[in-house]
Design a binder for this molecule. Sequence first.
Ligand SMILES: *Cc1c(COP(=O)(O)O)cnc(C)c1O
Length: 374
Amino acid sequence: MPENEPILLTPGPLTTEPATRAAMLRDWGSWDAAFNRLTQSVCADLLAIAHGEDEFVCIPMQGSGTFSVEAALGTLVPRDGCVLVPVNGAYCTRIVRILERLGIAHVTLPLADDEPVTAAAIEAAFKEHAHITHVAQVHLETSAGLLNPLEAIAEVCARHDKRLIVDAMSSFGALPIDLRKGGIDALVSASGKCLEGVPGMGFVIARRALLETCEGRSPSLALDLHDQWVYMKKTSQWRFTPPTHVVAALREALDRFLKEGGRPARGARYAHNCATLVEGMAALGFVPFLPADVQAPVIVTFHAPNDPHWDFAAFYAAVREAGFILYPGKLTRLETFRVGCIGAIDEHDMRRAVAAIDTATKQLGIRVRAPELA
Ligand SMILES: *Cc1c(COP(=O)(O)O)cnc(C)c1O
């Protein structure tokens, strides 16, 4: 097995364990009972992570995470529904674009990139737009790394009897989500984020009673979650060609997840990675974009150094040369770059990454000054 070189400090695809990659070294038949058991065990574990065993079902879906978001919106929202979308980043905007394509009415709640939505703002939107039936909420906005207060959002949705669909793509498996508390109707995530599988499949954890009402609603055949669910219940097979190797890798990744101590241990390792990164970067003069209280331990956005020698492409290449892959910023109004804290990496990797960033800035003659000091 090749070493983990370079280390991906990107929140999907991310650095995986050698054993997870090795799980892909055999072929599986899609009709084979052993493969179908693999799928079933993966779905059972995913349900358990969110404590959804009683009232929810897990439906896997081929494709990247967006395919599952689109499948969830297209299947779970009736044609005459109206979806409230709080928008504080690019993944929220993507949900709005999906709704536009699907021709589903929606109301956006515009927020700044560093401003979590509040339950009060959602409640005000419910009062102003009485025809809202659903809320599509990104839990952790990966654009900046911003955490939205899911429990408070679920509580206000439950109180007003609105259906809540959560894009938990980059939080599932690391941050606490407990479906037993109520208020959430569907959760969407994917193989290649905090579960540390390889990319290639998503999944929707949906309230069974809700999904049962959704037959024939999806305008898309391939992304029809109800059809995928019914077919899988009947045959224990995926409807169309399954991403067999991705499922096998996710099975291995879930075994490692459970061995590590499950969601609390995974979240704790990421929090430690994040703290190590922020502290190390602060010592070099780098300032995070987000205030600490809304920063999720998954990806950190840093202000680019306020120096004429700054050039992200050159910086990226120099850090890449040292064995680490960074992410460009995803904010339109500010020059930033991002460093992920998730994947099969620990605090030692984060320290080495900070050292590589230090070396790269010196090589490139960049003086790291915070933007305020300009
Ligand atoms: C990664 C991610 C997605 C899905 O993106 P894909 O490129 O389709 O995998 C959706 N929402 C959030 C918040 C994400 O982090």
